[in-house]
Write a protein that binds this ligand. Structure first.
Ligand code: NDP
Ligand code: KPL
Length: 346
């Protein structure tokens, strides 16, 4: 079962449904659910589009029923991070004791899910696909990236293997004993991609210029320093190598820039060229999940005595954009550079 059948839930569930897996799509967007019921789910992938008939239900109707679903093994939760608490609260009564929830999200949403249903019923996932909800019943799958799944305590379990086998219908999913390492690594990479949404330009165009790179390395390093202090080793993926970015001292700048060049090329090769955060601000005109991703990181960093200046500034700028107090502009990047320079002078 998929809860939140947007970009990620739609792509992952779409491939499973196409392979004949019994998938129920649950979403709060009535027009999307109606379109899926009437005309199936269309995935516009890089190698062509496909349409698959699917079972879909509106969240309100799904949670109005009281009986737990005995035939559901796994729930893939793919709502934006800020909707995690609301969604799990709404549907948890429909889970049996053996049903587990897989967080197909950015951020540390596994912690929120586990606080409701327990760690033993929560499975982590790191997802680096590039997809966008285009409109009712239609998802664009604009870039293939990695997916890792892992138990919160790092054990390799039969259910992880079963989940792995099912997700192979999507693509090259892998199991990990260090899901937190991927999630924190994605938080650092995500901070960089969040900064790209401060400008109305492609992700590649913002991260490529040499004079933006050191700012973005410094931003990512703030997040990676928190993970380091928490003794979480961060893993690389898809031309993002956190271990070249951090630690800052003794950094191999040449190797880092070469790896960054590869990342730029990869981002240029995707059909989806701007982040979901940019899209929420510029197209969908709604609040983003940035505070839900980065405020817990800032709080943890400050608790550990770390300087989170740039991360805090990025979150504030995104909030300003959400509130219409700021416009997307290259000047936002320049303002962050001033902060970085100020920080260096201290
Ligand atoms: N898109 C991407 O390329 C990537 C996204 N991710 C992560 O995946 C997660 C999902 O993002 P994405 O798929 O892009 O988001 P989308 O907005 O495309 O999809 C989320 C869907 O969940 C619905 N929803 C929200 N609240 C509820 C609820 N309480 N019950 C049921 N449905 C609900 C939304 O409806 P409505 O629109 O009405 O709010 C929407 O249809 C995020 O954490 C994101 O960071 C990770 C990697 C890449
Ligand atoms: C930028 C991207 C695709 C990275 O996975 C993302 O998380 C999003 O668009 O929400």
């Amino acid at each position: 079962m998929i809860v939140g059948a947007g970009a990620i839930g739609g792509v992952v569930g779409g491939y499973l449904a196409k392979a004949g897996v019994d998938v129920l799509f649950v979403d709060q967007a009535k027009d999307h659910v109606t379109a899926m019921q009437q005309a199936g789910l269309t995935i516009q992938a890089l190698d062509g589009a496909f349409n698959v008939p699917v079972a879909a239900v509106v969240m309100d109707d799904f949670v109005a029923e009281q009986a737990p679903l005995a035939n559901v093994d796994a729930v893939f939760l793919a709502v934006k991070a800020q909707h995690t608490e609301e969604a799990i609260t709404q549907f948890k009564h429909r889970l049996t004791e053996k049903t587990y929830v897989v967080s197909m999200q950015n951020g540390l949403c596994e912690n929120i899910i586990a606080s409701h249903i327990g760690e033993s019923r929560t499975v982590g996932a790191f997802v680096n696909l590039f997809a966008d909800y285009q409109g009712p019943g239609v998802i664009e799958y604009g870039g293939v990236g990695s997916m890792y799944i892992g138990e919160m305590d790092g054990r390799m379990t039969p259910r992880l293997e079963a989940l792995h086998d099912v997700l192979l219908h999507w693509g090259n999913v892998q199991m990990t004993d260090n899901i937190w390492g991927y999630l924190w690594s994605k938080l650092a990479y995500g901070a960089v991609l969040t900064a790209t949404a401060l400008v109305d330009a492609t992700m590649a165009d913002v991260i490529d210029p040499n004079d933006n790179r050191s700012l973005l390395f410094a931003l990512a390093s703030e997040v990676l320093a928190v993970a380091d202090k928490l003794h979480i080793p961060c893993n690389g993926f898809d031309d993002w190598d956190p271990n070249l970015v951090y630690p800052v001292q003794g950094r191999d700048e040449e190797a880092l820039n070469e790896s960054w060049d590869r990342l730029v090329l990869r981002l240029r090769s995707y059909k989806k060229v701007k982040s979901g955060i940019w899209r929420d601000l510029a197209v969908r005109k709604r609040k983003t999940e940035v505070p839900s991703h980065l405020v817990p990181v800032i709080e943890e960093g400050e608790r550990l005595g770390l300087d989170m200046t740039l991360t805090k500034a990025v979150v504030q700028m995104i909030r300003d954009l959400e509130d219409g107090q700021r416009q997307m502009s290259w000047d936002n990047i320049e303002q962050l550079k001033t902060l970085k320079a100020g920080e260096r002078m201290v």
